[in-house]
Design a protein around this ligand. Structure first.
Ligand SMILES: C[S@@+](CC[C@H](N)C(=O)[O-])C[C@H]1O[C@@H](n2cnc3c(N)ncnc32)[C@H](O)[C@@H]1O
Length: 225
């Protein structure tokens, strides 16, 4: 490689990263118009559509028999996953939230679980279901504090089957690159978790659309472990 290219390439990469981060902040901060104003089939989903597209690709590739989601809210993301499962003809969704809402969508593939994602009775229920299913995929989207997400990561990691994904959502918080005052959040939990578990690694390919609310959050469990 020429000296000029050696210098130019990192500069171009940094410029591109800065542009992506600027758009990320614009999209995130305009939440009333963007991610808090996003519906799937009429149901609110707090999501960036580029991430939802990745979820569709992951579900289509892995074909999980069970998808566990922590953090249901209105049920839009659970309904999205159920719709993808309908299209491929397999999969059920267990979605967990401390809050009960009567207006969530009803769907044969969705089971709503009431309770904290880290409560022993919730984990027992999830593990009982997961023991009978393979592949299993997990999405973490509940309380975004570092300590809670790390507790979830430790509790749900073994539920994820080899070759499948543990998706840690909203790793963009705490300055990565949004909400710099948030405090330790999902990204810090991912760093601590990856230092403990060698069988999980960030799958950077899932960040191909540049904008993701889950940077370093698509964790793939190695096959054959
Ligand atoms: C960001 S919202 C989930 C959004 C939803 N997945 C979507 O995309 O539309 C976070 C949800 O996590 C729930 N939550 C907070 N702490 C929780 C916990 N310890 N266990 C389970 N759910 C929790 C909240 O009640 C809230 O509904």
């Amino acid at each position: 490689m020429s000296r000029v290219r050696r210098i130019a390439e990192p500069v171009e990469r940094r410029l591109m990263e800065r542009r992506v981060a600027a758009f990320h902040r614009l999209y995130f901060e305009a939440h009333g118009r963007t991610w808090k104003n996003t519906q799937w089939l009429g149901v609110r989903a707090y999501k960036n559509p580029l991430d939802l597209w990745i979820y569709q690709e992951l579900v289509c590739a892995v074909k999980p028999q069970l998808i566990v989601e922590t953090g249901t809210a209105w049920g839009g993301s659970a309904l999205f996953l159920a719709t993808v499962c309908d299209a491929i003809g397999s999969g059920e969704i267990m979605t967990i939230d401390t809050v009960v809402r009567s207006d969530r969508p009803r769907h044969d593939r969705i089971t709503y679980v009431e309770g904290s994602s880290t409560a022993p009775e919730t984990l027992e229920l999830v593990v009982r279901h997961a023991d009978r299913a393979a592949p299993v995929m997990v999405f973490l989207d509940s309380d975004h504090s570092r300590d809670h997400v790390l507790e979830e990561l430790r509790a749900y990691a073994d539920v994820v089957t080899p070759g499948s994904y543990l998706v840690v959502e909203d790793t963009n918080l705490n300055g990565h690159p949004v909400e710099s005052g948030f405090g330790p959040g999902p990204m810090e939990a991912v760093h601590a978790f990856l230092a403990e578990r060698q069988d999980f690694a960030v799958d950077i390919d899932q960040e191909k659309f540049f904008l993701t609310f889950n940077p370093s959050g698509y964790l793939r469990r190695a096959s054959g472990q």
